[in-house]
Design a protein. Sequence first.
Length: 136
Amino acid sequence: MLKKILVAVDGSPSSLRAAEMAIELASENKSELDVAAVALFPDDSNSMLVKECGAFNKLVNDVVAKAKRRRVKATPIILEGVAEEVLVKLVRKRKSELAVIGYWGSDAFSEIRRLALGNIHSALLREPDVPVLVVK
């Protein structure tokens, strides 16, 4: 039985499907769910930071609300930094027993997303005790 699940969301269709899957798993296993979004900001981007954090807040809180409707205890987490580094630290800190992450899509940004997610997938897969579920 899984006690704690982490799902990373970025607003992409695959991350939203990952969130749905994580909610389903958390509901079935009576697990707690951490819903995380990670944003990378240049040092001089304060106005962008406020705008992006607002978007991430809405995204994460929408997923948390869906989880709560399924009677899943969910915690919103918004972090800043390099996603693969931040998510690995978060998995350790929160003692996650499963990490759920979306795959990349087929839009104009798919190559960039593939490269970025490849790094995130690789970083999470190097965690010896945490299974990773990649959702298409």
